[in-house]
Design a protein around this ligand. Structure first.
Ligand code: NAD
Length: 442
């Protein structure tokens, strides 16, 4: 189909569904992660027999703002940084998604992560479309002052497209409560009054919610518990490996330890440690609090950054970054279940190998949805100026995640598909239906 055909509104009938290039549009989102996100979407869309119009509307992000801005470094030099904010769909309400500070941040990476946010919110029934943003930088090599200047300038650059009813950022890799506080303050300074509902994941004293920091890791454990019940292997009897010991992985490991599961290996970007009898996770956590990384941690035997994924266990929880389980290592993994705490840790090629080997993959859009769910609670509380207590938040989180879990497991059985395709089918169907009702403007 030519551009002229598209503009004239003709030619859709000629689209060959097998030739994805015809509906791919521009190459602006191109990245390995976006390829993975669209491969997963196509699979669910095929299962749903989604019509061409809906596919075209949902397959690509609606908006992307690219910003490039100068920041004065501590030594007086000025460095330019590039940042993005991608909004996938505006159909479901305001958009919602994290902000990532990492060296690999790109438009294509943000696009894929925004798409996943849409499915995650739709699966949990949250009134948001997906968004994601970030700044290409290495927070490990920036001072606190430099990070503050980057965060504040990036926040001010995003003003044209964000707002409590437009797009609400949250933490992701490399950002946390502190960055959200700076973001909130910058936005509020520019508006002339406090707007706590502009970001979630803020410190509780600023209108954040007690449970948000731990929510993603806690949610991972709630979902892992439900998997254990369904497979007849209670979580407390399982041996677990956790890759990544940051906000999500660190919290999940602590929680797993607390309920009696054996955490036999953990890792971060410097490497990992293992102990076949189970690590003393609170002690490891205290070590990382003090030393920032696991490097040199004497509380287990050292294990390489890549090898940690192959340590024998019942449950593997990738909680670091994307594309960790690939066709290169999928054959060697020694686990029964993978619970995806990170976004996009498994490539489609690896997933095919894992399916053949009978390894159950619990997809990211379900497993790590605890973060955005509690973010939603925080946003609701900020808007109502009425705070819920911790027990209420945890109970609501558990109930929503368990509800989504049952839907995914039942859909997988009903359709005879893997859990990711089942989760995406539920989500894509909801968003497609909403888009159909809202129709096309004008
Ligand atoms: P974080 O920055 O707090 O922690 C990331 C951890 O991964 C760190 O321990 C880091 O050292 C480690 N890591 C980095 N590269 C690694 C490598 N090659 N091998 C092993 N470990 C490595 O980030 P986070 O917030 O915990 O996010 C982790 C993942 O969870 C990301 O995929 C993120 O998108 C996803 N996620 C986060 C949230 C949230 O609320 N923070 C919500 C949903 C999903």
């Amino acid at each position: 189909m030519t551009i002229e055909d598209q503009q004239a509104g003709t030619g859709w009938d000629e689209i060959d569904l097998a030739d994805r290039n015809l509906v791919r549009g521009g190459a602006e989102w191109n990245s390995e992660l976006y390829r993975i996100a669209t491969t997963q979407f196509d699979k669910a869309a095929d299962i749903l027999d989604l019509d061409q119009e809906a596919r075209a509307r949902l397959r690509e992000p609606r908006r992307c703002l690219t910003v490039n801005f100068p920041v004065r470094m501590d030594d007086g030099r000025v460095c330019n940084f590039t940042g993005y904010r991608v909004q996938h769909t505006l159909t479901m309400g305001p958009t919602k998604g994290g902000i990532r500070f990492a060296p690999g941040v790109s438009e294509g990476e943000c696009a894929a992560l925004a798409v996943w946010m849409t499915w995650k919110c739709a699966l949990l029934g949250l009134p948001y479309g997906g968004a994601k943003g970030g700044v290409r930088c290495d927070p490990n090599h920036l001072s606190d002052d430099e990070l503050e200047r980057i965060t504040r300038r990036y926040a001010s650059e995003l003003i044209p497209i964000i707002g409590p009813d437009r797009d609400i950022p949250a933490p992701d890799m490399g950002t946390g409560e502190r960055e959200m506080a700076w973001f909130y303050d910058t936005y509020s300074q520019m508006m002339g009054h406090a707007v706590p509902e502009i970001v979630t994941g803020k410190p509780p004293v600023l209108g954040g919610t007690e449970a948000r920091k731990a929510a993603t890791g806690l949610g991972v454990v709630y979902v892992a518990e439900a998997v254990g019940e369904r497979t007849g292997h209670p979580l407390r009897e399982q041996r677990v490996v956790v890759q990544g010991f940051g906000n999500v992985g660190g919290t999940a490991a602590l929680e797993l330890h607390a309920i009696g599961a054996k955490v036999v290996a953990v890792s971060d970007y410097t490497g990992g440690i293992r102990a076949d009898d189970g690590l003393d996770v609170p002690a490891v956590h205290a070590w990382v609090e003090e030393h920032r990384t696991l490097e040199g941690c004497p509380l287990g035997d050292p294990v390489g950054r890549a090898e940690v994924l192959e340590v024998p266990c019942d449950m593997l929880i990738p909680a670091a970054l994307e594309r960790q389980i690939t066709e290169d290592n999928a054959k060697r993994l020694d686990c029964k279940t993978i619970v995806e705490a990170a976004n996009g840790p498994t490539t489609p090629e690896a997933e095919a190998i894992l399916a053949e080997r009978g390894i159950l993959v619990v997809p990211d859009v379900l497993a790590n949805a605890g973060g955005v769910t509690v973010s939603y609670f925080e946003w609701v509380q900020d808007q109502q100026k009425y705070l819920w207590d911790l027990i209420e938040i945890q109970e609501r989180l558990r109930r929503l995640l368990r509800g989504a879990f049952s839907q995914v497991a039942e859909t997988a059985t009903e359709l005879g598909v893997d859990w990711r395709t089942a989760a995406l089918s539920v989500a894509v169907k909801r968003v497609a239906e909403a888009a159909r009702w809202r129709a096309i403007y004008p």
